[in-house]
Write a protein that binds this ligand. Structure first.
Ligand code: C6P
Length: 413
């Protein structure tokens, strides 16, 4: 019987051809890439932007009076402008270029929390978080005597909002939570949560690593205080990312890394720090990567974030529907609002065995704890298999995964 096909955004089908890595055979089969949540493939436009810079314009930024240094600076700062518009930040001073979400969160832990938190203060997170949104807070709690508290999630993988709000009545100074869970795909109701936190006088950081690749993000509309994200999950190069922060907060924060470019004046007695955002950007940055990230922003905008959301939503529904037809599948993460990330178990097959079997059929999925061990503990598992969809995936990819899972089921029967 023919399955009904989802309505996918028509123009997106052609985008697949923009990604050279997708056009290859792996283990004798055409590649099906379902691991974009770990790292998305890069379109030719990004690869070429990086190559052009490496070929013609490579020099250090903000330092030289010579032409190549000017060109490199222009391209690098141009990327910052694109990122500002991309998340609708009020000013370019608010766009701190980092190596990724992990560094962005550590920056807030060390520059915002470490100088201001005391014993008796609390940092609030949730059970959904990636290790990058847990460990930096544990470190700063140890340094300051503050306490880390955690809001629970339900069996669907949704935050228990009543319990989160009850925890906000304590001495909480910072709430840090993900936009989208990388392990379960849960999209958190940020507007409502941020509203409640603001009313309680709590500063809010959003881990947007899995948010920006899939939906429009407007930091002013969200009304959070910090928003962290990585370039390589939004079709840019690895080692790039952003910390967006409210200018007034960033102004008050001391840098936690010292070095070149973050200073205006240095003597042995005293150092005057540079203006925002450079105060937080010590040392030679990832120039080529950031230029590539600027090209990734152009690419995403040319496809259209709303088109991407619509396409991925339809494809995720198709995936869930098809998975439901596989005997022995158990979905892990069934939130009512879910992005295009789906964890699952197949009978009692170890996720790594499953990942290996489907890889032999050319299909890339992620298996394991997804750097979110507490989420796994919540579901009584050591790990899951996870398929994550990007704008370049289609129903054929999903069908190939389903066939591969059926094969795995038979092997382990
Ligand atoms: N998650 C995944 O497969 P970095 O490594 O700094 O670019 O991103 C860290 C990070 C932080 N928060 C969330 C919600 C994330 O998903 C990630 C990265 C990858 O799910 C690699 S573990």
């Amino acid at each position: 019987m023919n399955q009904p096909q989802p309505t996918l955004v028509a123009d997106i089908a052609a985008c697949r051809n923009d990604f050279p890595a997708l056009n290859q055979d792996v283990n004798g089969h055409s590649l099906v890439y379902l691991d974009s949540a770990a790292s998305a493939q890069q379109p030719l436009a990004v690869i070429e932007a990086v190559a052009r810079y490496q070929n013609d314009d490579h020099a250090n930024v903000h330092r030289g009076v010579h032409t190549l240094s000017h060109r490199a600076t222009e391209l690098y700062e141009g990327a910052r402008d694109k990122l500002r518009k991309f998340v609708n930040a009020a000013s370019r001073a608010e766009i701190v270029l980092t190596s990724g979400t992990t560094e962005s969160i550590n920056l807030v832990a060390q520059s915002y929390c470490r100088p201001t938190l005391r014993s008796g203060d609390q940092i609030l997170i949730t059970w959904l978080e990636h290790h990058s949104n847990i460990v930096p807070w544990q470190l700063v709690c140890e340094q300051t005597g503050a306490e880390l508290i955690v809001a629970p999630i339900n069996d669907r993988g949704e935050i228990e909002l009543d319990e989160l709000y009850a925890l906000m009545t304590g001495p909480v100074k910072l709430l840090s939570l993900s936009h989208v869970s990388n392990a379960l795909g849960t999209v958190n109701p940020l507007r409502e949560i941020i509203d409640r936190a603001k009313k309680a006088g709590i500063t809010v950081l959003i881990d947007g690593a899995q948010g920006v690749p899939h939906m429009t993000v407007d930091v002013q509309a969200l009304d959070c205080d910090f928003y962290a994200f990585s370039g390589h999950k939004m079709f840019g190069p690895t080692g790039t990312g952003v910390l967006w922060g409210r200018e007034a907060l960033l102004e008050e924060m001391p840098p936690y890394k010292g070095g070149g470019d973050m200073i205006l004046e240095v003597s042995f007695d005293n150092t005057v720090f540079n203006d925002l955002p450079y105060k937080f950007e010590a040392g030679t940055p990832n120039i080529s990567g950031t230029i590539g990230l600027g090209a990734a922003v152009d690419y995403l905008q040319s496809v259209g974030m709303d088109n991407i959301s619509e396409h991925e939503k339809a494809l995720h529904e198709y995936l869930v529907d098809k998975l439901a037809g596989v005997n022995g599948i158990r979905l892990i993460g069934t939130a009512r609002n879910q992005a295009s990330v789906q964890s699952f178990m197949l009978n009692d097959i170890h996720p790594h065995d499953l990942g290996t079997i489907v890889d032999h059929q050319g299909i890339a999925i992620r298996t394991g704890h997804h750097c979110a061990m507490p989420v796994m503990q919540r579901f009584g598992l050591s790990g899951t298999a996870r398929a994550s969809l990007g704008l370049y995936n289609n129903t054929d990819d999903v069908d190939r995964l389903i066939l591969a899972l059926e094969k795995a089921r038979q092997i382990f029967a």
